[in-house]
Design a protein around this ligand. Structure first.
Ligand code: ZN
Length: 459
């Protein structure tokens, strides 16, 4: 009997070791840099990947820490010209040649403005075309975003930008690559009709023009200005609505009709028997990336799009269990444009839109020192939701606080919903990636995000 028991124990230990070995990489697999011969302009880059944790790993003879899971990351400085790195893990070797081009010191001539004798009529050629206050691609200098086929008048250019003439005393800038010649009708557009058609959730203002025209929406005070209106030139509309905290809104052309929707005050979630209930609350969940767009690649070659979807699906289940009415921008591994994602949330009249992502880093950063959750918002009114989700993530999961930040992501703009983008943790941090690919962590992250949303809506 004793012998049988011993055999059983040996067998079980064997199975355990085998099972454990199954999850640990046996081979050196460098995920980044993606190729063995590359050009990188930064003063430093990093090696990220996995290997057998029982073997010492070195880069050019210097030891690299390998986590028990096998994950590793190491930042390396780059000299100008050719840099050779030899990675050795046991008997395996990988050689990388990274070329850092010598920085060109010649200062590029600053572009100068050149005006046109006659303004030129152009049309935006893409959705989400940014109208900017300065002729640079600086992210935060955005004034408006236009759909495809919005007519603009340009009166000159500077560098890569056309100057847009909005009104005699008001100009802005558009990237040359975002517009083409307008061969259609040009000139002022007549305002044919204006009406208010509120419903239970929204103040709705409809404007009918005889063609599309450029517009700018401003907050504090809230107003919409249309440019190039017949007889008026500039028409500014200030909605007469009860003073309230601004939550979500949207303003878009649908054909020649401009629809402005401003959300009435968000009803707080009801607290029932101590359990927080989101009964009837419309919440949109967006799993970042999908299909041909993989997002970041983790130390074990996990794809961000898949991790985002797992967490998004757990979040969906959690919110449904709390009584919310949930809309998912994608259910499977499919590609979806950023505007389509926003449209899906707006169509549903979602109160909150949360986009789930996992973070990565550019060259010249250290993947070992970047950890934890960060939450991004664009409109000021979304900042409290961002903070609420960050607090839940850091307190419930013990993740480092990587900050609440304002950034202009297409997904967080022009949404009726209060919108945030959650970077759950870092795909290329050796510790974070172990969490991200763990089902229990994915479930806990979903629960923390649900709590963040619930706490926000309860305020
Ligand atoms: Zn992402």
């Amino acid at each position: 009997m004793k012998k049988v028991l011993c055999l059983l124990i040996v067998f079980l230990i064997g199975v355990q070791v085998w099972a454990a070995k199954d999850f640990v990489p046996a081979e050196l697999d460098v995920v980044y840099p993606r190729k063995t011969i590359v050009t990188i302009k930064s003063p430093s880059t990093f090696f990220v990947g996995s290997t057998d944790p029982d073997l010492p790993l070195t880069i050019n003879g210097k030891p690299v820490t390998v986590r028990p899971s096998g994950a590793f990351a190491r930042q390396v400085p780059l000299n100008n010209g050719k840099n050779v790195f030899t990675l050795v893990s046991g008997t395996q070797k990988a050689v990388y040649i990274i070329d850092r081009p010598i920085p060109v010191s010649a200062s590029r001539a600053k572009p100068v403005f050149s005006g046109y004798e006659q303004p030129l009529a152009v049309l935006t050629t893409k959705d989400n075309t940014a109208l900017r206050s300065t002729p640079v691609n600086a992210g935060i200098n955005r004034i408006a975003h236009y759909q495809k086929h919005t007519p603009l008048l340009v009166d000159g250019h500077q560098g890569d930008f056309f100057r847009v003439r909005l009104a005699p005393d008001q100009t802005a800038w558009v990237f040359k690559g975002d517009v083409g010649v307008n061969e259609g009708e040009v000139g002022p557009a007549a305002l044919k009709k204006q009406e208010q058609a509120d419903n239970r959730e929204f103040y709705i203002f409809n404007f009918e023009f005889d063609r599309k025209l450029p517009y700018v929406i401003q907050e504090n005070p809230f107003q919409v200005t249309f440019y190039g209106v017949s007889g008026l030139d500039t028409y500014t509309f200030t909605p007469k609505i009860p003073t309230q905290k601004l939550t979500g809104y949207s303003g878009n052309f649908h054909g020649n009709k401009f629809v402005l929707k401003i959300r009435k005050e968000v009803n707080g979630a009801k607290v029932l028997n101590g359990t927080k209930c989101l009964k009837g609350m419309k919440i949109a969940i967006d799993a970042g990336h999908g299909g041909s767009e993989s997002g970041a690649i983790g130390c074990f070659r996990d794809l961000e799009k898949n991790i985002n979807l797992y967490i998004a699906k757990y979040l969906e289940a959690e919110l449904l269990a709390r009584g919310a009415d949930v809309v998912m921008t994608r259910h499977g591994d499919s590609y979806m444009g950023l505007c389509e994602r926003v449209d899906a949330a707006n169509e549903k009249d979602a109160v909150v839109l949360v986009s789930i992502h996992a973070n990565s880093l550019p060259d010249n950063s250290d993947p070992n020192t970047h950890r934890g959750t960060s939450v991004y918002y664009y409109y000021d009114q979304a900042k409290p939701l961002a903070q609420s989700i960050l607090t839940a993530m850091t307190t419930q999961l013990g993740l480092p606080d990587d900050g609440v930040r304002q950034a202009s992501f297409a997904l967080t703009r022009n949404t009726q919903a209060v919108t945030v983008l959650v970077e759950t943790a870092y795909m290329i941090n050796p510790y974070d990636i172990e969490l991200l690919r763990n089902k229990r962590f994915q479930l806990s992250a979903a629960k923390a995000i649900a709590d963040g949303i619930t706490n926000y809506l309860n305020k």
